[in-house]
Design a protein around this ligand. Sequence first.
Ligand code: ACM
Length: 543
Amino acid sequence: MQRRISLIPQPQQLTAADGDLDLSLLSAIAAAPELNPLAWLLSDALGRGTGLRLPVVQSTAKDPVEGRVLRLSLAGDRPEDFTTAAEAYRLDVTPSGVDLTAAHPAGIARGIATLRQLLPADALREAPAADPVVPLVRITDEPRLRWRGVMLDVVRHFQPKDFVLKMIDRAWLHRLNVVHLHLTDDQGWRFEVPSRPKLTEIGSWRAETKVGHARDEPAGYEPTPHGGFFSVSDLREIASYARERHIMIVPEVNLPGHARAVLAAYPELGAGQNKPVCPTFGVFEEVLEPTQAALDFALEAYTAIAEVFDGPFIHIGGDEVPMTQWESSPIARELMEREGMEDVRGVQAWFTRAFCEHLATMGKRVIGWDEILDGGAPAEAAVQVWRTQAYVEKALEAGHEVLVSPQTHVYFDHYESEDPSEPLRIHGLTPIEKVAAWDPAPAGVDESRILGAQCQLWSEYLPNPRDVEYAAFPRLAVFAEVAWTNVDVREADPVLDRLGVHLERLHAMGIGYRPLEGPKPWQQGGTGRYRRFDFQFTEPEVE
Ligand code: ACM
């Protein structure tokens, strides 16, 4: 039997009372002026799913709207942006109305997400399909972690803008607060930089794509071009859509490695190679040469993206940068001599330092994958750890704040089960139970230096939005709880027991999620290019 109240993430405190409130008995959404945009978003969501059209009226502490309303209010000292206190809220549903209160608009945004989950699952549809009824309840809530993110890889396979907007909405409904966009890599450059037109003319598409797994040698290439990019106006729309929902977009421009698309467009920035945008997947040796021209290019790209997205962080990538080209490059050797570097990894550190200094002048903080630690990075750079827990410790010891996103637990491009019918994935095994059991900041780790946690949706083997949905859901919901809810609250009511109701929500939203019992026939890999491919994958060593 379904429980009356079943939310994901589980709020920190919830007290239910008997009875329901029919929102159609309310006269309006009464909102503080600053909350007007959120009030209209809520009104719109209610209207679409239930047909209830509540007007938004302005209400202030001095001049409150009286009567039975859905009230959105700001109260108390305003916390700094991007703190857990900024996302705290209280939600009271009583026979006389709904009161949603927070000290910061971000808290109201999170409370709206909870209120939408209190409605029947069918209220999440795009046209009226449910009554606007919610149970009587009092919720007091605040996230455990500051950064609760999901990464979309729009490079390996381009994901269209409307899907990115949908994923922002889904992040919102799960009370996540970060969508990280992986925008550049060997297989494509996915955003317009007006001063560098070849990035999109040449770098945003590839002529062919490897069929099957990159390690499955005999499979060959599909000679159908693949590509796409976001114009500056597209990026502005994405930024604005996320801002309305108090979601931070963290754009990633991955340099100085993973540079094949850049070098296809501007070969003079590399070591003279003349290779096309990469048609297959893996780690490739082409990197930017450490020249002033390459640095100028990189800073121009960072400036372009930092001007669009107003959040505090820019992601510089920095993962999997092979040293091979620099080891034999006279330009790199000359730089090493000039700067007194003993280790060639200092060349990556030279780029990292320059990126940090430049972005700091724009008021931005840098975050990079944990490889930025290998040659050293300025302490104010945050480190996103993807390899092993040992890098969490290494980063903390070096004075960095850490975003934890280990491939062992939150790479949702990994297989979900041992079932041979699972569709082609990169490797790995991350069943939903493993996500549910995960603690991103276990005892012994200084939680005050943990920025948060993030799940990843790399798209080498997720060619279409439906494939991304299958990989993401419902693991993303469980991840959202792990990142939001304190461990004692999680243990008192395991998230896996609440998934049944949640799957009805995902279904109502039209999400092609993976059923808990395994893929539907049309979600299986079959016997063709999407068939499961297993090989021995070895975890990288920690230095
Ligand atoms: C990564 O998975 N290479 C960050």
